[in-house]
Design a protein around this ligand. Structure first.
Ligand SMILES: Cc1cc2nc3c(=O)[nH]c(=O)nc-3n(C[C@H](O)[C@H](O)[C@H](O)COP(=O)(O)OP(=O)(O)OC[C@H]3O[C@@H](n4cnc5c(N)ncnc54)[C@H](O)[C@@H]3O)c2cc1C
Ligand code: SF4
Ligand code: SF4
Length: 398
């Protein structure tokens, strides 16, 4: 990537660079600046030093023949041989990008018995499918899947590769990008094609969600991005679409450092947040852990899933699997009840595409009311029991 160092004979200890570094990677050691290991080599500090005391060299970019790369690939992750919904969502956005680039969309599916997914993937926008089936590939394994993806990308040279920002995709994508010496943008919320340059503009929240960063990968290929489940929308399936299934010859790695012994599903018996139509979410405003009982009771009465903001997870009141937001899950229910949630941008990042938001907050100025469709200014400990009672009465009336 490059190298950065402080030229100690030039540094006068003015500290200007310290506040410029967005990663907190510069500290003062006596009267000299020091660059820490978490430096991302972004280069932002260089121009802040009026004394030319920061020496920054980027590695030379090896030229890549961009014209050799074509098409948009979606890694169709699967569990129990069934393609995940996020793969269908990615095919939706890939189809739009492909229309702008006048190119085709391919899905890559790796597993043991995954052939049955071909129709679904084609119906959701894939023009062709690269299918790799082998008993050794039944379960996701970072090492073998990365090796195979790298072989395929090296041979077929796609211009863009999209993966879900799931546990699998988040592990796989950086390994592939690193092997291929290309860029990767994680957790994109918008993907579009620059109409002039015909390159992928990858937009994602940055610096704690306070700005939206648009990132490009102009010199390397493929352009790689991950997108969280529920962020993009799958297109309406068209089962009359026709597509080609390609079964490439690949070397299936055998000498692996890791072995999957067993796949254990999340044992949480509640309704899966990602699939829920109705979500009842609790924030710090519920006051104490025991008030989660009221949240659970309302969720039960509504047949809803339970979600929470991060402070409740940090406090150990509820498991992380319930956290919605930038560092939690992205959800897109029809109705989202927000009880005692202020509406911080990091929470909204996980639920703002909800159809109907109903917020309860005792502060009428709370930011959540800016995006809520319905708002109740009130104390959750009064509103929750009243809602539970009303739901139960309604249920009893049939
Ligand atoms: C990098 C980063 C990532 C983050 N990721 C996430 C994430 O994924 N998810 C997430 O949720 N947060 C995340 N956060 C934290 C986020 O910034 C907020 O701090 C958090 O969302 C606030 O949670 P809250 O709304 O429950 O609490 P608060 O902001 O404390 O709000 C509590 C609200 O409850 C109201 N209230 C208080 N008492 C009552 C009552 N009796 N009745 C009714 N209303 C009441 C208050 O008026 C207030 O609006 C992240 C932060 C950072 C920096
Ligand atoms: S801005 Fe330059 S001179 Fe000032 S502390 Fe940083 S490196 Fe040293
Ligand atoms: S290169 Fe970027 S991350 Fe590294 S010290 Fe400078 S500003 Fe900070």
């Amino acid at each position: 990537m490059g190298d950065i160092k402080i030229l100690v004979d030039k540094c006068i200890g003015c500290k200007k660079c310290v506040s410029t570094c967005p990663f907190g990677a510069i500290v003062m050691e006596g009267k000299t600046a020091k660059i820490l290991d978490n430096c991302s080599l972004c280069g932002a500090c260089v121009s802040s030093c009026k004394f030319e005391a920061i020496d920054f060299t980027r590695d030379e970019v090896k030229p890549v023949d961009l014209s050799e790369y074509e098409g948009i690939w979606v890694f169709a992750e699967q569990k129990n041989n069934r393609a995940a919904d996020v793969a269908l969502e990615l095919l939706g956005i890939a189809s739009k990008l492909a229309a702008d680039l006048e190119t085709k969309v391919s899905a890559v599916i790796i597993g043991e018995n995954v052939a049955d997914n071909a129709k679904t993937l084609i119906a959701h926008g894939a023009d062709e499918i690269y299918m790799i089936e082998d008993p050794a590939l039944a379960n996701f394994n970072d090492e073998s899947y990365c090796d195979i993806m790298t072989q395929l990308i090296t041979e077929y040279k796609p211009d863009i590769v999209l993966l879900g920002a799931t546990a699998y995709g988040r592990s796989l994508a950086p390994r592939i990008a690193s092997r291929l010496d290309t860029g990767l943008t994680a957790d994109c919320t918008v993907l579009e094609i620059d109409p002039e340059e015909k390159i992928l503009i990858q937009t994602r929240p940055a610096f704690g969600g306070n700005i939206m960063a648009s990132i490009i990968c102009p010199n390397h290929r493929p352009q790689m991005a991950t997108v969280r489940p529920k962020v993009m929308k799958a297109i309406e399936p068209d089962f009359s679409r026709r597509g080609e299934v390609i079964r490439p010859q690949v070397n299936i790695p055998t000498n692996l450092n890791t072995k999957v012994l067993e796949v254990v599903s999340n044992l949480d018996s509640g309704i899966n947040l990602a699939d829920a139509d109705v979500i009842v979410a609790a924030g710090r405003g519920i006051g104490e852990a025991k008030n989660l009982e009221l949240i659970n009771e309302l969720a039960d009465a509504l047949g809803a899933a339970v979600a929470a903001s991060r402070p409740l997870v940090d406090a150990g009141w509820i498991d992380y699997s319930h956290q919605v937001g930038q560092t939690g899950k992205t959800v897109a229910p029809k109705v989202y009840f927000a009880f005692g949630i202020s509406g911080a941008i990091q929470h909204l990042a996980g639920m703002s595409t909800t159809d109907i938001i109903i917020a309860v907050n005792k502060d009428k100025e709370a930011p959540i009311f800016k995006i809520a469709n319905y708002g109740i200014v009130g104390d959750v400990t009064e509103v929750l029991p009243a809602m539970i009672k009303a739901c139960k009465e309604r249920k009893n009336r049939g």
